[in-house]
Design a protein around this ligand. Structure first.
Ligand SMILES: *Cc1c(COP(=O)(O)O)cnc(C)c1O
Length: 223
């Protein structure tokens, strides 16, 4: 095994262990968050089987997509989306935008997507720990906003929710934030929500135990 395989194998074993302990029927997608790394690094993970990658800046996403255009990769946008970058993001046709964090932003995306005659697969970001430093809708408003986007934004294809675990070492607090997000996801499932994106390098096992089916892993793979 090369060092990438070793690193990846180690992470996969942890994911699989938590998955089997929780729900063996839950399939979990891994998005490798490549924001700390280079296009060459991404290639190394591509060669050992990883296909989905995530970036948090539109410009970086564009550059890496250009560098790696010959590889069949699935690109996710996971960062804060400024209004003046919406068109640029839409032109890149990411497979999923995980970070729609308000009704207002959704309406802006919808307006521009309509002009381009495209739809954007999107997750609603929820600020479950109610942290000032974080983007996302408040958990108590999430369901209403989700349905409002569904109704008012036909060029947005809502697929579920994304959330970042509470920023603390207190496992109980992190778990609480995941449970709040999962409850919202569970509510939305009956209306077709499919993706519950939560869990990063420091908290992915806990996120799996709380029902996540999409992990966003950066530093554990790339650092
Ligand atoms: C950077 C980032 C990640 C990955 O974080 P790690 O802790 O490095 O795994 C996941 N999600 C979002 C939204 C990020 O910005």
């Amino acid at each position: 095994m090369n060092k990438y395989e070793e690193k990846f194998d180690n992470v996969l074993k942890k994911i699989e262990k938590a998955r089997i302990q929780t729900n063996e029927y839950n399939i979990i997608d891994i998005v490798a968050v490549s924001k700390y790394s280079t296009s060459d690094d991404i290639k190394n993970f591509y060669h050992i089987g990883q296909r989905a990658f995530g970036e948090n800046k539109v410009q970086d996403l564009k550059q890496k997509m250009i560098d790696l255009e010959n590889l069949p990769l699935a690109w996710h946008f996971i960062g804060r989306l400024q209004k003046n970058k919406i068109n640029a993001l839409l032109d890149l046709h990411p497979i999923l935008c995980q970070s729609c964090d308000s009704l207002e932003l959704a309406k802006e995306i919808n307006k521009r997507a309509k002009i381009k005659n495209i739809t954007l697969n999107t997750l609603l970001q929820i600020n479950s720990a109610k942290e000032e430093s974080k983007a996302g809708v408040m958990p108590e408003n999430a369901i209403d906003i989700y349905y409002q986007i569904k109704e008012e934004c036909p060029n947005i294809n809502l697929k579920g929710i994304m959330s970042i675990g509470a920023h603390t070492n207190d496992q109980k607090e992190i778990q609480k934030s995941f449970e709040i997000s999962y409850k919202i996801f569970e509510n939305l499932k009956k209306d077709g929500a499919k993706i519950c994106s939560m869990g990063m390098s420091n908290d992915f096992e806990l996120a799996i135990k709380c029902g996540s089916n999409m992990l966003r892993l950066g530093s554990i793979l790339f650092k």
